[in-house]
Design a protein around this ligand. Sequence first.
Ligand SMILES: O=C(O)CCC(=O)C(=O)O
Ligand SMILES: [Fe+2]
Length: 303
Amino acid sequence: MLTTEQIEAFRRDGYLVIEDVVPSGLRDALEQEYRRVLAPIAARAAISAQPSFLETLRAVHGAGVDWFQALDISLPGTQIDIKTPFHYGPAVHDLLTCPQVLAIVQSLLGSEVTSNPIQHIRIKPPSRTVARDAPVHTTETAWHQDRAVAHAEADDTDMVTVWVAMTNATPANGCLLVQPKEADQEMLPHCPLNQTAIPARFLERSRRRPLPVKAGGIILLDPMTPHAAGPNVSDGLRWSFDLRYQRTGAPTGRAQFPSFPVLPGPAPDWRSVRDRWREARTACAAAPHIPIHRWTSTSPQCA
Ligand SMILES: O=C(O)CCC(=O)C(=O)O
Ligand SMILES: [Fe+2]
């Protein structure tokens, strides 16, 4: 549950930082689950398991192995084939349906809430070790509004982003940066370069602020709030998830991917959600590629 003051601050500024939301037991379960997902990837590269998931991942990353898509919840925005990996397991499902998260989401969206399929794991190794063409969820994040990375059919969908810190997020390791939402905040132009980015001239640099948060804390974002994440100039890996929730029944903005109701409960079993991601993969692999957003690099605003 959010307090009236928190709801007012979120409606005004378009973001809210809340510490201590995701219980440590659930974070431990996620770490164990991702250890299991990473184990065969490490084994194929002849890398032995390290004491923790992130240490093993550091070794896998250091060996130049491709690791991101096999860990992500969602299928990618690029061409999908029948073998494109993704990860949907019981701990991920428990995060998506975490009662502490859903109580907060309910304060903003009401009692009929759906898990939106635009949801990712993000793990950012130190930026100096990440190739320029690495998956975008492993690098610094360009300025954007989340509304802009869904299809226009969802422009009126009441939606909220829940960004979950799995490690402490700090200015040094690339915590989120926001430009607080304005009362009449409009959709800003986005240009698809290697990321979908708002050109700098449409942003107000002096208004931006970093949002550090400790592991287990969350950040709520309104879909119109411009935000980004800086490079990871620390020596550690920055780990987060970004989840999205919306009112049930409205377009998700990624109709090709599965959504499912989380409130009122009970949510479906995790296996049925995983199976729906598998079915979506089969369908996407057989069909022409569906772009994940509406922007073109040839628009005059991108010049
Ligand atoms: O964590 C990041 O780098 C960016 C996250 C983001 O854009 C989001 O949660 O919507
Ligand atoms: Fe975002």
